[in-house]
Design a protein around this ligand. Structure first.
Ligand code: AHR
Length: 326
């Protein structure tokens, strides 16, 4: 009887140990057995959005155990092309990049394809005749963002019959958010002939340039300006400073709508200096790392992955602030 009892205890212990050894990873964050190397070419560090985007990519790579070669293109396409070439020379497993502008990528992407390295494009789109040059594009719907900004404005000015003069601060020329946010906004406001864009200038998505551009616009148009549409929050925040220095009240004398929905914009809305921001989510890191793992594992991923976003008017800013992650 004693022997039988001993046998039962021993076999139960053995079964328990075997079960423990077989435990599968639960979070998906454990490093893969074979380390994956990802080369990522970031376009620069022009805005708070970009800072949050770079951080998200670095953190997610670390969490996923993916070795990251990160390069900052400093707002120069040639730097990004150089970085991609060096990733190819280093035979990384996957290349990802956020393109500064839409055109001019075919040659280097062909080189990556010839080297058998899959490419994932994040954040901004490229213009190419050959979409076999990349496996996936992961980005927000910029045209839709422009349309959302336009719809919010049209609704806000529903009852206003007089002429409304809009000034527009654009992002960097030739980039997909600049092109599409402009087109989307224009598509909506053309339904209302009394709302007109009277000036449209480029401020490269930067706070400092938003400030300078708005200073100039105020010198040119002064009190004629009713609305500022800025392609991102940073430029709007720079412009707010210029408007205050000019002696007008941002958010009251000049209605302001911008894009990104970063914390800075929420703070300005709470102060009553910005009226609406349209969300463009920069936290793409975890999604990118999942796509990288899938591509390496030979799992097919969608060609176009669209990141959703909401609209935040000033009325909800205070209650939403604590939920903002960037
Ligand atoms: O491509 C995304 C845009 O680039 C963001 O709206 C802007 O803030 C950034 O610099």
């Amino acid at each position: 009887m004693k022997r039988l009892l001993l046998f039962v205890i021993l076999s139960t212990t053995l079964l328990f140990l075997t079960t423990c050894e077989k435990k599968e990873p639960v979070s998906g964050n454990e490093p893969y057995p074979e380390s994956i190397v990802l080369g990522f070419s970031q376009l620069g560090a022009e805005s708070d959005w970009r800072t949050a985007n770079s951080e998200s990519i670095k953190t997610a790579a670390r969490d996923a155990g993916i070795q990251l070669m990160f390069s900052d293109g400093q707002q120069k396409q040639e730097n990004q092309i150089k970085a991609i070439r060096s990733f190819i020379a280093n035979q990384v497993d996957v290349i990802a990049f956020s393109p500064l502008v839409e055109s001019g990528w075919d040659t280097v992407l062909k080189e990556a394809k010839d080297a058998g390295i899959p490419v994932i494009i994040t954040d901004r789109a490229i213009k190419t005749e050959d979409d076999s040059l990349y496996v996936a594009l992961m980005c927000s719907d910029f045209r839709e963002e422009g349309k959302k900004a336009g719809k919010w404005l049209v609704e806000k000015l529903q009852e206003t019959k007089r002429d409304i003069n809009v000034v527009e601060l654009q992002g960097n020329m030739g980039s997909s958010p600049t092109i599409l946010r402009k087109e989307g906004f224009e598509e909506i406001i053309k339904e209302r002939p009394n709302i007109q864009i009277i000036q449209s200038v480029c401020a490269d998505f930067m706070k400092s340039k938003g400030y300078e551009a708005m200073e100039e616009l105020l010198k040119l148009e002064g009190d004629k300006i009713d609305v500022l549409y800025a392609h991102n929050d940073d430029m709007a925040i720079g412009a707010i400073k210029a408007i205050e220095e000019y002696g007008l009240k941002p958010g009251k004398d000049i209605i302001i709508v911008s894009i990104d929905a970063n914390r800075g914009a929420f703070e300005k809305m709470i102060e009553g200096k910005l009226n609406c921001t349209v969300e463009c989510n920069p936290l793409l890191g975890p999604m990118l790392m999942q796509a990288v793992r899938d591509v390496v594992a030979g799992i097919a991923i969608p060609k176009r992955i669209i990141i959703p976003g909401s609209v935040f008017p000033e009325e909800v800013a205070a209650q939403e602030l604590e939920n903002r992650k960037y």
